[in-house]
Design a protein around this ligand. Structure first.
Ligand SMILES: [Zn+2]
Length: 265
């Protein structure tokens, strides 16, 4: 079994400052099967370019697993029309309905729309969510994750016995992490249940866009108990024993792929 991590990037404006955000993808190769966990941002083909550099064509990806349905994690699914795609139905349906409600709001105050989905949010959370959700909705379409024929819902169908699905909700309504059981140390591809190594075993909210803070912290606790190699959603793989990054699994990204601009933040 071979596991390779790499980043794709989006450029975002943080205030007036352009910053580059790295997004994890993980290639798992076993026998002659290629699995890709998360596919990067919408409307950029860097994921295919980087796979090609690793010797894998887009048609050579047999399975895609998505940790959650945000546009920086499912955005590249469209490049793999021959792959079978596994994702959470609950996460997809919530995100679809929410994104469509935001899009249809037009001139209605967005905070009111957010409130129908998140009645527990306070004013600050509503404003933050309204702003970030509007930016996300600009990239949403209902078939963003792939077409119906290639989509499988993890809740109904999970045929891979060497990969365990780990429920890690909170960042989104039904976020999944994937535990890949290797002959050596197991890998946990954590998605945004652990965005970066900095959050590991810290027990604090580190991410502004959070569906349910309580569930998110519970999931972080669960991840904190894992022993092996963790791949965060926006950071390099690291060993839980030493806390060190593991460069040998990391194919990095490419500098010339960092030209994609998004006005996201
Ligand atoms: Zn993310």
């Amino acid at each position: 079994m071979n596991i390779t991590h790499f980043f794709t990037y989006i450029q975002v404006l943080h205030g007036d400052e352009p910053i580059s955000i790295q997004i994890s993808s993980t290639l798992v190769q076993i026998d002659n099967w290629n699995f890709l966990i998360d596919t990067g941002f919408v409307d950029q083909s860097d994921v295919v370019y980087l796979l090609n550099k690793l010797g894998v064509s887009a048609h050579g990806i047999h399975y895609i697993l998505n940790t959650h349905i945000h546009p920086d994690h499912v955005g590249g699914n469209q490049h793999f029309p021959q792959a079978e795609i596994y994702l959470s139905e609950k996460d997809y349906v919530f995100q679809r309905d929410y994104m469509n409600a935001i899009t249809k709001a037009e001139h209605a105050p967005l905070c009111n729309v957010v409130k129908t989905f998140y009645p527990q949010f306070n004013e600050n959370q509503l404003e933050l969510y309204a702003r970030l959700s509007a930016q996300m909705a600009a990239h949403w379409k209902n078939d963003l994750v792939g077409n119906l024929e290639q989509t499988h819902y993890i809740e109904e169908d999970w045929p891979f016995d060497f990969i365990d699905v780990v429920e890690t909700p909170g960042h989104s309504i039904q976020h999944y992490s994937f535990r890949v059981n290797t002959p050596g140390k197991p890998f946990l591809v954590a998605g945004d249940a652990l965005p970066t190594k900095t959050s590991f075993r810290q027990n604090k909210l580190d991410f502004p866009y959070c569906h349910d803070a309580g569930l998110y912290l519970e999931s972080q606790k669960k991840i904190g108990e894992f022993q092996g190699i963790i791949v965060p959603g926006h950071d390099k793989p690291f060993d839980t024993e030493t806390g060190e990054y593991l460069e040998e699994y990391d194919a990095g990204g490419v500098e010339d792929s960092k030209g994609h601009h998004e006005d996201l933040i």
